[in-house]
Design a protein around this ligand. Structure first.
Ligand code: ZN
Length: 371
């Protein structure tokens, strides 16, 4: 088996035009001023890649070329309406909103979305075939809010689901798990696999954050899929302790019980302590610990087959350190530390609080329906 660690990045990921609004479109009447950086501006991810390059990690990684996903790849998990909508808007000179008022995409966004989903596929393909042992796909735009029928929440195609469907339909896998630690609920991923037990979906997120009407523990899938969707809605303020407790009590036991042939991590960094769109307190080291736990679990249940696929994250200052920390968990070689830990450490996120423990313990009981 190869001990190479795969890495996906494409310059065009940083060409996503997210419009001139702050989050909603700039609007004269609403006094929403134009701003150079929309919340989902791709610079945050470009800076992550640049820290990978300048930290010395790139020398330890094997570059994987993103190849554009095909319509067939996209249509395994989305209705034609999603594709047609994006094709239409992407063809307009100035682009437009995909439908929810916060997801502006510029001209040519379709091509970048194909490359993003395609990057997820390429990494998955090489992890499954063991050309690389593990890997990180730093792709953009993100995907986990995109439902079967609609792009939304800065997400165009559901990249982790496109990769999981490829692993099943093309590579012949029978069981795939998607663990999503982005601070927002993975509503799109949940929707796509709602009635399907062949993909276990687990979302750790801030309770009532986004979308505020989903992500509850009571959403468990239906029919064949009942029991194969686990939501862990953590209270605002949760840090490393809450997330690690959730991993110990729910995520790792669920993966061991389910025995997937491949684990996909939806790796968003907006649960970080400096993120403007979340209210959680995870540090770079906290993400690294979760990554290590996931990698160790993959060694035990699926021959080490684990692929990390980028989701959200909006702190241009801190996301690069969180991202590189996870990459270092894969390369098992630390070339840099967290240069902001002096500022963000010691704020209480390392202490497990009773109301955090309670919700995790409640979800742990749901594992009984997982087989
Ligand atoms: Zn998010």
């Amino acid at each position: 088996m190869s001990n190479k660690i795969g890495y996906v990045w494409n310059t065009l990921y940083s060409w996503m035009d997210t419009g001139s609004g702050p989050v909603f479109a700039a609007n004269f009447e609403a006094k929403l001023q134009p701003i150079s950086h929309h919340m989902a501006h791709p610079d945050t991810k470009r800076r992550f890649n640049e820290l990978v390059c300048t930290s010395g990690q790139m020398d330890l990684l094997t570059s994987i070329k993103a190849i554009a996903a095909t319509d067939e790849d996209i249509l395994r998990v989305h209705t034609p309406a999603v594709l047609d909508n994006l094709k239409r808007i992407s063809g307009l000179a100035g682009g437009g909103d995909v439908g929810d008022g916060i997801t502006h995409v510029g001209n040519g966004a379709l091509n970048i979305a194909y490359l993003s989903a395609g990057g997820a596929i390429e990494l998955t393909k090489q992890v499954v075939s063991r050309e690389v042992s593990t890997g990180y796909a730093l792709i953009n735009p993100p995907g986990h809010h995109a439902t079967r029928n609609q792009s939304m929440g800065f997400c165009l195609f559901n990249n982790t689901s496109v990769a999981a469907a490829y692993a099943k339909d093309v590579l012949g896998l029978k069981r795939v798990a998607i663990v999503d630690w982005d601070v927002h609920h993975g509503n799109g991923t949940q929707d796509i696999w709602w009635e399907d037990s062949s993909v276990l979906t687990i979302s750790l997120h801030q309770n009532l954050c986004f979308p505020s009407d989903s992500g509850f523990t009571s959403e468990r899938g239906e029919g064949e899929g009942f029991g194969y969707n686990l939501n862990i809605p953590l209270p605002p303020g949760g840090g490393n302790a809450a997330y690690h407790y959730a991993f110990e009590k729910v995520v790792i036991p669920a993966l061991k019980k389910y025995q997937p042939e491949l684990i996909i991590i939806g790796s968003g960094f907006d649960a970080s302590i400096m993120d403007p769109l979340g209210r959680m307190m995870v540090t770079a080291d906290g993400f690294k610990t979760m990554a290590k736990m996931a990698v160790d679990c993959a060694e035990e249940v699926c021959g080490g087959r684990i692929a990390f696929i980028q989701e959200g994250g909006y702190s241009p200052q801190y996301l690069p350190f969180c991202g590189v920390a996870v990459v270092q968990a894969l390369t098992q070689c630390d070339t840099i530390g967290d240069s902001l830990i002096g500022l963000v450490g010691g704020m209480g996120g390392d202490i497990l609080l009773e109301h955090e423990k309670q919700i995790v313990d409640e979800v742990e009981k749901l594992l009984v329906d997982l087989h």
